[in-house]
Design a protein around this ligand. Sequence first.
Ligand code: MN
Length: 202
Amino acid sequence: KIMAFELPKLNYAFDALEPNIDAKTMEIHYGKHHNGYTNNLNNIISDSENENKNIEEILNSLDLDNSGLRNNAGGYYNHNLFWEIMGPNSGGEPKSEISESINSNFGSFENFKDEFSKAAATRFGSGWAWLCSKENGKLEICSTANQDNPLMPNGCGGKPILCLDVWEHAYYLNYQNRRPDYINAFFNVINWDEVNKRFLEK
Ligand code: MN
């Protein structure tokens, strides 16, 4: 393999998402947790049949019994998407094509917000909430445990276009046990232009 997986650059400063997500949480989450998954992933795939695969191929062909690869390939991919679909001066309701699709799939943006928030709030322990785009044009919400994701053989399928990390490391410094407050704040930092870009990509 020519290049190992790299921790992607953040497109904004650690404090750019305040007060919704605090700078210290961003610093530790990105610099320690995500960096750790990235380094572990590179070590695990080194000299293996996964060494020359891209991350989607690794996830699609994953042996679920390989817990090291499962946790770290998932952790790498999930956080890559998470950072990209957030940003400063974001939030509110989407306006572009994704807005029409949300309305037709969920009835209204408020209904979508309720369903997504419920998926995030009811995930017991650590995990993620997802919005996925299916080949038939449908949008679906699901949640996964730990660092699992929709691309894995046990996943809910479709292409992930929005995700929310509900591990305690994502919110505990600022919100302690108040996961619902964190979920609500997440909607203030969703970069809908990025979500729409992924939605339109074939
Ligand atoms: Mn995380």
